[in-house]
Design a protein around this ligand. Structure first.
Ligand code: RB5
Length: 149
């Protein structure tokens, strides 16, 4: 499994931590920046990660800024991206099960590294309920999202 990471300056330290943690666990990781803790504009990195997921060069994207809000607002403007701001393990599970989210956003200013790791682990290891028996409603709802635009 390949995971693409992106952050602004506020998410930089958490992005480095998560990238290294998943690399250590044997995942293929793609670091799309920022590569420095100096001020960086989050839309640049949201676009890079979204493009990498949409071109199937990554299975999932992880986007981190101070709140996770700027990243999720930006990523969700891009057709085909379903980005969820997940600040708990339960949200990460439901973002996958119900929304088939392909990008997870985190707010580094409101979360500890270890919790963020658990959240992303849950996100990437949970399947979409729409692909399971009795999950037709989730498939239909996600298809309704895709029809917009
Ligand atoms: C940067 O100060 C901050 O605005 C950014 O990281 C993010 O929280 C925006 O949504």
């Amino acid at each position: 499994m390949k995971i693409a990471f992106g952050s602004d300056h506020a998410g930089f330290a958490l992005k480095e931590f998560l990238r290294d943690s998943f690399k250590f666990k044997g995942f293929e990781v793609i670091d799309l920046g920022t590569y420095y803790p100096t001020p960086a504009d989050y839309p640049i990195y949201a676009k890079k990660v979204a493009g990498t997921v949409l071109s199937n060069n990554a299975d999932f994207g992880v986007l981190i800024c101070g709140t996770g809000l700027g990243m999720s607002i930006t990523a969700n403007k891009i057709a085909g991206i379903r980005a969820g701001l997940c600040m708990s393990v339960e949200y990460a599970e439901l973002a996958r099960k119900h929304n088939n989210a392909n990008v997870i956003c985190l707010g580094s200013r409101f979360i500890e590294n270890d919790k963020a790791l658990k959240i992303v682990e849950k996100f990437i290891s949970t399947g979409f309920d729409g692909d399971k028996p009795n999950g037709e409603r989730h498939k239909r709802r996600v298809a309704e999202i895709d029809e917009i635009l």
